[in-house]
Design a protein. Structure first.
Length: 200
């Protein structure tokens, strides 16, 4: 509701005249803010079975989200700074968990340091890949919804179910009407949430 109100206040509003834009009305692009805050509140109120917990995990998720959200509120960052924020966020998360995959038996195994760098590269890459391909209403959110439902089918959990329903709830306002956009912050955060379970 707050993000929809921002359309009237011209806060978080996307520019309809930009080159790659195909919409004609000024549209809020901070849908990711509602998603991130809802996810944080849900994790606080409900003790989900998560393979990663702790203050450094929340700090890492916040940095990943902020790397895109600052762009949504017109605080432009250079690509280098955005990548650094995302990489630091990923480091905060995986360094506080035992989730660095180094054993790819029976094919091969990697030294821990190489596996650590690979994890950063893969997770940052997935986040930006989803961010780049999104250009139509429902595209990024639809891909993330499918990924999360596949994850839930393979390994059912309340967390993946929550994330999938959050995506579908957002799509009510995004597809096909485009009343609200996910924004860079939302796309990067959701892509990370969808990509991390595939990694582990």
């Amino acid at each position: 509701m707050v993000v929809l109100w921002s359309k009237k206040s011209m806060l978080f509003v996307d520019n309809a005249n930009k080159i790659q834009g195909f919409h004609h009305a000024r549209t809020p692009r901070a849908g990711g803010l509602g998603i991130f805050l809802s996810f944080a509140l849900a994790c606080y109120l409900e003790p989900f079975e998560m393979p990663f917990k702790g203050p450094f995990v929340f700090l890492g998720l916040s940095l990943v989200f902020l790397s895109g959200f600052l762009e949504d509120i017109n605080l432009s960052l250079s690509p280098k700074i955005r990548l650094i924020l995302q990489a630091v966020g990923v480091v905060c998360i995986i360094s506080s968990t035992p989730l660095v995959v180094s054993d790819f038996s029976p094919l091969f195994s990697l030294p821990y340091f190489i596996a650590f760098l690979f994890a950063i590269f893969m997770l940052v890459g997935i986040s930006n890949a989803i961010n780049i391909i999104d250009g139509f209403n429902g595209l990024a959110s639809g891909i993330c919804a499918i990924a999360l439902l596949v994850i839930h089918y393979i390994d059912p959990s309340s967390l993946s179910c929550l994330l999938a329903y959050m995506v579908l709830g957002f799509m009510v306002l995004n597809f096909p009407s485009g009343k609200i956009f996910l924004g860079d912050g939302g796309r990067i955060f959701w892509a990370w949430c969808a990509g991390f379970p595939f990694y582990i």
